[in-house]
Ligand binder design. Structure first.
Ligand code: ZN
Length: 178
């Protein structure tokens, strides 16, 4: 095992993370995407509030620092997370990123869904995600595509990549905090 000093010496200046998620549309639930609620006749079922974009961002952040993934940290089988605000997951991932001595440089996301159209909401989603990550809105890329040829009209999918950069003074990163 390398010592903490060795690890510090070899800490990469940047780290990349990738996240993927998918959820099925379901009637009778609000549609949450990127931490905002969109007007639509269906929402997303599955884990917590079904925010497929925040889940993929969370997994990208966790992956970038080789932390356990969202399903390990917040098991969907645990009733505690049913209907939970996905911002909670994102904040935990960000905390782990900061403790590892990194900050978010930028993210890029692709949303794949048949409806609703994301264009009119893209600015609001980007601004909310930027606010949650503590980065400028021009560091949040968001593309929306329809699931052409995928036969997934009732599903929302998201792919996210994130770039982390080492922060100058990772003093908290080296101390275990309770
Ligand atoms: Zn999810």
């Amino acid at each position: 095992m390398p010592s903490a000093k060795d690890q510090r010496a070899t800490k990469p200046a940047t780290r990349i993370g990738y996240g993927f998620d998918s959820h099925e549309f379901r009637s009778g639930t609000p549609l949450k995407l990127g931490g905002i609620t969109l007007a639509h006749d269906k929402g997303l079922g599955g884990h917590s509030d079904g925010d497929v974009l925040l889940h993929a961002i969370t997994d990208a952040l966790l992956g970038a620092v080789a932390a356990p993934d969202i399903g390990d940290l917040f098991p969907p089988s645990d009733a505690k997370w049913k209907g939970a605000d996905s911002v909670v997951f994102l904040r935990e991932a960000l905390k782990r990123v900061r403790h590892a001595g990194y900050g978010v440089a930028n993210i890029d996301a692709s949303l794949i869904l048949a409806a609703p159209k994301i264009g009119p909401h893209a600015t609001a989603i980007r601004m909310r995600v930027a606010q949650l990550l503590g980065i400028p809105a021009d560091c949040v890329g968001l593309k929306a595509k329809t699931p052409e040829g995928l036969n997934l009209e009732n599903t929302a999918l998201t792919h996210v990549v994130v770039l982390l950069e080492a922060r100058g003074n990772p003093k908290k990163a080296r101390k275990k905090t309770k």
